[in-house]
Design a protein around this ligand. Structure first.
Ligand code: GUN
Length: 292
C-alpha cells in the first residue's frame, strides 16, 4: 500500500513557517499585503476568497478584499488593478477566476504588475519560469513540487509525466520538474496510449479535471502520484462526493506514495499563495527572500 502524502499537514507546517517569517519582517518595517479581487457571486470562488483572506490574516499579513458585482465591466476592473498596482501597501494581487463573460481574463491578468502577480499567471512570469528567471510561480504546481521534493531528495533523471496542459497547472508543473532535471512528458487529451505513457512515470501528476480517469494499472509500482483534480461526483443521497483525477483506491495499491483528495494538493495552494506574497514583498523592498 502506498504511503499517503499528507498535504493538509504539510500546508499547516508551511503556514507556521511563513507566519514566523512574516513576524521577522515586521522588524524590518515590512508587513506583506495581499489584495484579492472577486467579481460576481460564484459560490466556489466565494469559499476560496474567504479562505485566502482568513489564512493571510492568520499568517500576520494584511488582506485587502475587493468584491465587485457580476455586472462589472472590464474597464472598471482594469481601473481597480491599476490602483492596486500603484498601492505600496499591496505586495500581491490576485484576481479570482473565472471572471464573468464580459471580461477578457488575459487582458486583466496581463494588467497586473508582474512583481505583484502572486498567482504567477502573467506572461512575464510564465516566461521567466520557462527561461530560468526569478519568476513568481503558480501556486498549485509549486505546492505539488514541494510535496514531491519532500519525498524524493534528488529528482535528476526521474521520469515525470504531467497529465494536463493548462497554463495554470500542467505547463508550469512541467517547467518546474524540468528545472529539477526530470525527464518530462506532458500528456493530454490527444496523447496516444495514455496508460502506457503513465506507466513509464516515476512521478505522475494528474491535472485534467476528469474524475478517477487514471486507473490503478496505469501506475508504475512504487511511483509517486500527485492528484490535482477536485471533481464533485453524484451520490445517491444527492450531496455528491469529491474525487480526484486518479482512482485512489486502485492507485494506492500500486503507488509508492499518493496524495488523497481532499487533503492532498488542495491545502498547499493557499499556503503557496502566502509564500508568494512574502517572496513578492521581499523582492519589492530589496530584502533577501527567506528560505522555506
Ligand atoms: N480560480 C481557481 N483557482 C484559482 C487560482 O489559483 N487563482 C485564481 N486567481 N483564480 C482561481
Amino acid at each position: 500500500m502506498a504511503e499517503i502524502i499528507d498535504g493538509k499537514g504539510f500546508a499547516a507546517n508551511l503556514r507556521v513557517a511563513i507566519a514566523q517569517q512574516v513576524a521577522a519582517l515586521k522588524g524590518q518595517n515590512l508587513i506583506p499585503g495581499l489584495a484579492v479581487v472577486l467579481v460576481g457571486e460564484d459560490p466556489a470562488s466565494q469559499v476560496y476568497v474567504r479562505s485566502k483572506a482568513k489564512q493571510t490574516v492568520e499568517a500576520g499579513m494584511r488582506s485587502f478584499e475587493h468584491k465587485l458585482p457580476a455586472t462589472t465591466g472590464q474597464a472598471e476592473l482594469l481601473a481597480l488593478v491599476a490602483k492596486l498596482n500603484a498601492d505600496p501597501a499591496v505586495n500581491g494581487i490576485l484576481v479570482q477566476l473565472p471572471l464573468p463573460k464580459q471580461i477578457d481574463p488575459a487582458a486583466v491578468l496581463d494588467a497586473i504588475d508582474p512583481a505583484k502577480d502572486v498567482d504567477g499567471f502573467h506572461v512575464i512570469n510564465a516566461g521567466k519560469l520557462a527561461t530560468g528567471g526569478d519568476a513568481l510561480v503558480p501556486c498549485t504546481p509549486l505546492g505539488c513540487l514541494m510535496l514531491i521534493k519532500d519525498r524524493v531528495k534528488d529528482l535528476a533523471g526521474k521520469r515525470a509525466l504531467v497529465l494536463g496542459r493548462s497554463n495554470i497547472v500542467g505547463k508550469p508543473m512541467a517547467m518546474l520538474l524540468l528545472g529539477e532535471s526530470c525527464t518530462v512528458t506532458i500528456a493530454h487529451s490527444r496523447t496516444k496510449d495514455l496508460p502506457a505513457e503513465c506507466r513509464r512515470a516515476d512521478i505522475l501528476v494528474a491535472a485534467v479535471g476528469k474524475p478517477e480517469m487514471v486507473r490503478g494499472d496505469w501506475v508504475q509500482p512504487g511511483a509517486i502520484v500527485i492528484d490535482v483534480g477536485i471533481n464533485r461526483v453524484p451520490t445517491p443521497d444527492g450531496k455528491g462526493r469529491l474525487v480526484g483525477d486518479v482512482a485512489y483506491e486502485e492507485a494506492a495499491k500500486v503507488a509508492g506514495a499518493i496524495t488523497p483528495v481532499p487533503g492532498g494538493v488542495g491545502p498547499m495552494t493557499i499556503a503557496c499563495l502566502l509564500r508568494n506574497t512574502v517572496v513578492a514583498a521581499c523582492r519589492q523592498r530589496g530584502i533577501a527572500v527567506p528560505k522555506i
